[in-house]
Design a protein around this ligand. Sequence first.
Ligand code: BGC
Length: 381
Amino acid sequence: MKKKIVSTLLSAAVAASMAGCAIAPGAGESEAAGSGSSDELQVGIVLPTRDEPRWIQDEASFTSILDNAGFTSEVLFSQGSSATELTNVESLIEKGIDVLVICAQDATAAAQAVEVAHNAGVEVICYDRLITDTDAVDYYVTFNSYDVGVQQGQYLIDAYAGQTDVPLYLYSGATTDNNAFIFFAGAWSVLSSAVESGQFTVANCDAIAPYIGQTLDVTADHEALANILGTITTNWDFNTAKSLAEANLVTNGADLKGDCAILAPNDGTARAIADAFTADADVSSFVITGQDCETASLGYICSGLQSMTIWKNTAELASTTCDMVNAILSDNAPATTTTYDNGSISVPSNETAVTVITLDNINAPVDAGYVNASDIEGYTG
Ligand code: BGC
């Protein structure tokens, strides 16, 4: 599917090699003359919200990588609303896009938007979050989200090696986000046996009790996971995370405090939960996970208020997406490395690795230019 003229092969190839998006031979060449106007938009990108640094990083990565590769693109934000997401998709279709890259606000509600895109002949790439229960998705580009959870869980296990009865507080992302299920299943795949062996005592989630000693599968155990996540969800929201942690601490006595292990799903919620635990006089210390490598959380790591984060390099994900866009616009099949079951079809997918960041390797994202040292409070290099 290729509707329009792309900029010249030479300039696209040179720019793409600088930007890390591999332009295949033949890509960027115009197809049959007159198939479209070169000022039409080629790639539409829809991201969930401007209000989290994570998605601003993605926007910046996309804008530079697609632009350098010679593709015309536009990024729109859904601002937490599936209705806005649909309107955004419709307006991008109006502007003539060939490829829609969409990070869904809500995994099931977004099916409607991608079906509209598919019906208009637009190829759909799910970005970071899988859209479920529809066959109107063509590809999925993602970080290895299961590994994110495994690394978070393993970090807690290693931090309390050799100890018993450590109170373990579990928190999850939004239940409308398929990733929240994957992160939690990954974390539980390692924490489950650590709870069974007595290293940890779960302090805030009765719903997990039947699954101690067992692993949970994102697809087969979806209902069980939805039930568990429903009781510990932060909804990816700072205030919800803080209130939930405060409520857990009010309910629990001093026997479930002291030195605590906390599974926090991402950086924004980790800082909120850390603030609640810091304020409780019966909590002597805590180890808390995170995700996204936000500068504020790198600052928390420098001050000992957050233990780790997971660096998901958005430039790598945008570059993989750019390669896919290039293949699609050249009528080639994009290279994929795995598949994901979205409840309707098996979606050809590309997975990108993640990196654990602690105080020991906090220089890595700075040295790579992912974050500015001057933005990290307390950073001494
Ligand atoms: C992303 C995380 C992000 C979270 C909240 C997830 O789908 O993978 O990186 O922190 O959404 O926006």
